[in-house]
Design a protein around this ligand. Structure first.
Ligand code: AVJ
Length: 313
């Protein structure tokens, strides 16, 4: 087994050796990154969380009614802080459902279980620690499933990756099972861009935390003050991208990789895509599966959507 540290080092070496440097947003989420993301969700500029919260608060009852004919396993991919999920779950019949949050972080599972027990004492909660697909397979039962993938988390994937991911989900689901998929919708730059370049600089800190992690975990010597955060958004294609920009010509040595990397002034490291969606893009992603778009819920500003995709056969 290759250790997590080695995988991280290999990824960093590959990404920083490329002509067009890149690092994966997957590595944002250490303890500090998770705390920063929780702060991002509370920012005025970061409309995504509030919009999805509105949908689940105002239409959670309608969503629950769609599934009210018998037992249901509600599996959530990525446990999160549970606040939005609670708004949805409180509408279900607790005699019929089991809530199964899945997360790679053991602590995230413990936290969400404690919170749900406190908020909704009658709800059965069975958290699972580990990789999404392995876990779904492991409890592949005949029980009816609803898989929650909220917060536009799919948006960190390219459309190709999203197709692969949705295809894999399709593979471990039975006909009649559904996904509740939360997606950010394509809208104008003056709304999207501030969400990824907030005034307080929290998103900048979140992005630059990647360099901090490389320093801490791989023995790098990035000087964070010599790099800055850059967010872009192309309204036509509906993709926001985040970069780290080198403020000057400089070199950085990373012990664990035993290599020096050179950065030109204004050179970019691509760190994240945040895809925004419309129905054509979604249809393209589910093409080749038997998922059918059965229901669509949106907030009153039409910024965000929660879709129900149901597997037919
Ligand atoms: C958690 C992937 C939905 O892309 O909007 C927030 C992460 N990045 N600010 C997003 C994020 C910068 C977020 N997702």
């Amino acid at each position: 087994m290759i250790s997590e540290k080695t995988l991280f080092a290999q990824h960093v070496e590959k990404g920083l050796s490329d002509d067009k440097k890149f690092l994966s947003s997957m590595y944002f989420y250490d303890k500090k990154g998770e705390a920063l993301f929780r702060q991002i969700m509370k920012l005025d500029e970061y409309y995504l969380t509030d919009c999805e919260m509105e949908i689940l608060q105002s239409q959670g009852k309608n969503i629950a009614e769609i599934f009210d004919d018998g037992e249901l396993e509600i599996i959530e991919l990525g446990a999160g802080d549970g606040i939005k999920t609670k708004e949805l779950l409180r509408n279900f019949d607790f005699n019929q459902i089991t809530y199964r949050p899945i997360d790679i972080s053991q602590q995230a599972i413990i936290d969400i279980t404690d919170k749900m027990n406190e908020w909704l004492p009658a709800l059965k909660v069975k958290g699972i620690c580990g990789d999404y697909f392995k876990m779904i397979k492991d409890f592949k039962t005949d029980k009816r499933k609803l898989i929650l993938f909220l917060g536009s988390n799919l948006g960190n994937m390219t459309d190709e990756q999203a197709k692969g991911f949705i295809g894999q989900l399709h593979h471990v689901m039975n006909s009649g099972d559904s996904i509740l998929l939360g997606l950010d919708l394509i809208k104008s730059e003056n709304i999207v861009l501030p969400a990824y370049s907030d005034n307080k600089g929290i998103t900048a800190e979140f992005n630059l935390n990647l360099l901090h992690r490389i320093n801490k975990e791989l023995g790098g010597n990035f000087k964070l003050k010599d790099f800055s955060h850059l967010a872009t958004y192309n309204e036509k294609e509906g993709i926001a991208k985040s970069y780290i920009k080198s403020s000057k010509n400089q070199s950085v040595y990373i012990e664990e990789v035993d290599k020096e990397f050179h950065f030109k002034k204004d050179e970019l490291i691509h760190t994240e895509v945040s895809r925004k969606y419309d129905l054509d893009i979604i249809r393209n992603i589910i093409e080749g599966t038997s998922f059918q778009l059965k229901h669509q819920f949106t907030d009153h500003k039409h910024y965000f959507t929660d879709l129900i995709l149901t597997k037919s056969n």
